[in-house]
Design a protein around this ligand. Structure first.
Ligand code: ATP
Ligand code: MG
Length: 381
């Protein structure tokens, strides 16, 4: 590797709030094995109940794909889309070929800056912290990066968003003492995208969907930047968060999920019908609001106070997936799902028909009002 300071580790320790969770080790075929530490076995919890139950012994992923040799829960710590682009850009600027990096080296770059609870040691994090920021300036620099132009703020952007998930440019930053995610636009987004996500969150809240605190941050060049509080942080404590794709060990880029699977997953993980109904509300909202990029990383679960819950909702916008369809189908229908498919999905997990009907009707009415009143101003539907 050209940079002598960047090592290629063959093993890494996984930590959670200063407690050792276990150890990752690369096998000769590049799959990455995991073993819980004795102390975590005594007083920890399963970080991914279906593939890594809390028991002694070495766990080995079945195959190198889809997570570059990792179990999904660790792959969730790696950036995708925007964060991965920044990482590769920064590595190149330091004379390092991004393709030369092993999966464990990439995790060591995350160190303690990943989303959720897990941290990786020894860390080789390149990140420093950056504070004072002008959002319009940052948005402009993000566009330069997307245009493949040099940016004077590459280090700052990496520091603020290099470990974030998702495709759109974004930063993690403190606002009034709390950690927020603030999102910028990509080329295919209109300048109204921030306002649109704000409208979607407002409507989701009116449909009794739990969302994190959110805001539209002012801009001189657009209606504003959408931001929301990080729900994987609480009083600066880290909270364990796992995506549905990671729990199911499936690639979010492949549209192989159905809401019936997500409802069942929610039931198996939480054993709580209230949580299942929260997932069902989200399904209804996504169907009526045309949030079709509803892939396996756009649903997450949190482990807090000894129990699993569905996380607050996020990434709510007018969007499409492969062929304009839903990434996650509804009772098999990704193309033109509606109330009948949602009823079928509800009954597959035992949500009483009357309760499902009420949720479907209320969500449909609220969403239609929102689309009519607000979105038609800036997006022709
Ligand atoms: N409020 C939040 N608290 C904690 N983590 C969050 C929050 N909102 C989003 N995330 C995490 O950040 C990731 C990216 O966020 P989001 O999905 O909103 O971005 P995006 O770039 O629009 O995504 P996509 O690529 O799906 O379009 C999510 O997959 C989730 O893991
Ligand atoms: Mg997303």
């Amino acid at each position: 590797m050209p940079n002598p300071t960047l090592k290629a580790p063959l093993s890494l320790d996984v930590y959670a709030n200063s407690r050792k969770v276990g150890t990752l080790a690369e096998l000769p075929d590049h799959r990455i094995a995991f073993e819980y530490s004795p102390e975590w076995l005594q007083s920890g919890f399963s970080i991914s109940p279906f593939s890594l139950p809390l028991k002694s012994g070495v766990f080995i992923p079945k195959s190198y794909e889809p997570f570059d040799g990792l179990f999904g829960v660790f792959s969730d710590s790696l950036p995708d889309g925007w964060g991965a682009l920044l990482t590769d850009r920064l590595l190149r600027s330091k004379g390092i070929d991004p393709y030369s990096l092993s999966t464990l080296a990439r995790l060591s770059l995350i160190g303690k800056n990943g989303k959720g609870l897990l941290e990786y040691r020894p860390s080789q994090a390149l990140k420093e912290s950056f504070h004072t920021i002008d959002f319009d300036e940052l948005a402009k620099e993000c566009e330069k990066i997307l245009d493949d132009q040099p940016s004077k703020d590459l280090d700052a952007l990496y520091g603020l968003g290099g470990s974030s998930g998702g495709a759109r440019p974004k930063i993690n930053t403190f606002v009034d003492g709390e950690e927020w995610i603030i999102k910028f636009r990509t080329h295919y987004d209109s300048t109204w995208i921030g306002q649109e996500e704000f409208d979607y969150f407002t409507c989701a809240k009116s449909c009794q969907i739990e969302v994190p605190e959110f805001r539209l941050f002012p801009s001189k060049t657009s209606p504003g930047y959408f931001g929301c509080v990080r729900f994987d942080r609480s009083n600066q404590e880290k909270i364990h968060m796992v995506s549905a794709g990671a729990l199911l060990e499936t690639n979010y880029r492949i549209p192989n999920l159905d809401y019936e699977i997500l409802l069942k997953l929610t039931w198996l993980l939480t054993n709580d019908m209230e949580e299942v109904i929260r997932m069902f509300r989200l399904a209804c909202f996504n169907v009526f609001s045309h949030n079709r990029d509803d892939h396996a990383k756009n649903f997450s679960f949190l482990y807090k106070d000894g129990r699993w819950r569905l996380s607050p909702a996020y990434d709510l916008t007018w969007s499409s997936s492969f062929g304009g369809e839903h990434a996650t189908t509804i009772h098999g229908n990704g193309k033109n799902p509606g109330p009948v498919d949602l009823q079928q999905a509800a009954s597959s997990i035992g949500i009483p028909s009357k309760a499902a009907q009420t949720i479907i009707q209320k969500t449909k009415a609220n969403v239609e009002k929102m689309l009519k009143n607000t979105l038609q101003k800036h997006r022709p539907h």
